[in-house]
Design a protein around this ligand. Structure first.
Ligand code: GAF
Length: 381
């Protein structure tokens, strides 16, 4: 049974009637452009064929009932007139937060019954939470015909994550989940929110490998990195690091606090790499893309300091197989999680074999291996 039918079956069993509609929103993997989004910079993510499904129906009162099919079918029930932060469970806040922020933006609607189900790996840095948020926004838009486009749903979802859930993320994850295109990555200008689809070359596989290194530091370290980037922009007297050039940096880097200087260098060089990566990917130049991804990884390891040894080991193993025929780097917020590789499809079995043979032996951890395809962004399912 596919996920849509599984979600619908849970709905019928729990609520005793059939859902009116079903939506889905994908997770994502970022090909390059890490931690640049909250600096108003550039990112190049693509959606993955792992997603969150929501099926449900409107109610004629003010009650919302939500069942999380993957969390032992836990029920969260609340009134639209009193949406509070849930203090003992985390998943309800992604739903409550988006609904609250829809209200704060003036959208009016009645309650709903819904079931949420998903297969985006959780806690791996492939945006399972953003896909839930965007699915909730897309569901209420479809159910109540709300005047919202994908960009607005993404912005609302990010606002909910920042202000209701309490995580200070940028816009990348929600925007790609809402606007992704089948077979394409999306170059996103995180200042203007302009997007440009970049077709993935035929015969190229998007491989994601979860290191299964538990990400524990990610919340606090993410906020520290943000503060250091803000300090860097203030030093140059600019609104954002987007406004600082590499020439500005070269001229004054010695005056900066050394750790801040490294963070700034990562952001400035990563923005340049991301723009070039979009061009070379569009031309199908996997060799140059591979160089840029290697530089990005080194910059995350040495300047932004967000990789861990297990991730570096995984990247080295894959690079050893792929050589100049593709690219590999850590992806996502950092401190564990996943690596991403863009490689010719014919190389995938060799990559998988090398990782299976070497990663556990070197680190004591067993990887999880995914071969993904970019699917269209959030919508009716
Ligand atoms: C997390 C955040 F949610 C994104 O906004 C982005 O900053 C990313 O880390 C790092 O590139 O996924």
């Amino acid at each position: 049974m596919v996920m849509k039918e599984e979600a619908q079956q849970v709905f019928e069993e729990q609520f005793g009637y059939s859902p009116a509609l079903t939506v889905r929103a994908p997770g994502r993997v970022n090909l390059i452009g890490e931690h640049t989004d909250y600096n108003d910079g550039f990112v190049l993510p693509c959606t993955i064929n792992y997603f969150t499904v929501i099926c449900g129906s409107a109610r004629d009162d003010r009650i919302v009932r939500v069942i999380a099919a993957d969390c032992d079918e836990q029920l969260d029930e609340f009134s639209l007139d009193d949406i509070q932060h849930h203090d003992t469970r985390s998943w309800p806040n992604y739903v409550r937060g988006v609904i609250r922020h829809l209200q704060l933006h003036g959208h009016t609607f009645n309650g709903a019954d819904l079931v949420i189900k998903g297969n985006v790996p959780q806690g791996a840095g492939v945006s399972s939470s953003a896909s839930v948020e965007v699915a909730v926004g897309t569901f209420f838009k479809a159910l109540y015909d709300l005047p919202l486009d994908g960009k607005q749903i993404a912005l609302l979802s990010q606002e909910a994550e920042n202000k209701f859930v309490g995580c200070n993320c940028g816009i990348m994850d929600q925007l790609i989940s809402a606007l992704g295109e089948e077979g394409h990555a999306l170059l996103i200008d995180c200042r203007s929110l302009d997007t440009k689809p970049v077709h993935l070359p035929e015969g190229t596989a998007v491989v994601i490998i979860n290191s299964n290194f538990k990400r524990t530091l990610v919340g606090s370290e993410y906020n520290t990195r943000r503060q250091q980037c803000e300090a860097g922009a203030r030093f140059f007297n600019k609104p954002m690091l987007r406004d600082v050039t590499l020439d500005d940096f070269d001229a004054r880097q010695d005056e900066l606090e050394p750790e801040v200087a490294k963070r700034v260098r990562h952001i400035l060089t990563e923005n340049a790499r991301t723009l070039e990566a979009a061009d070379v990917l569009a031309r199908g130049d996997l060799e140059r893309l591979g160089e840029l991804m290697a530089q990005s990884h080194a910059s995350m390891r040495d300047d932004f300091e967000i990789t861990v040894p297990q991730i570096d080991t995984l990247v080295d193993i894959v690079k050893g197989v792929v050589g100049s025929r593709g690219g590999v780097r850590m992806t996502g917020g950092g401190f564990g999680g996943c690596i991403v590789a863009l490689v010719p499809e014919a190389l995938v079995p060799d990559v998988q074999k090398a990782v299976a043979k070497q990663y556990e032996a070197k680190t004591g951890l067993k990887e999880t291996f995914y071969v993904c395809k970019p699917i269209r962004g959030a919508g009716l399912y």
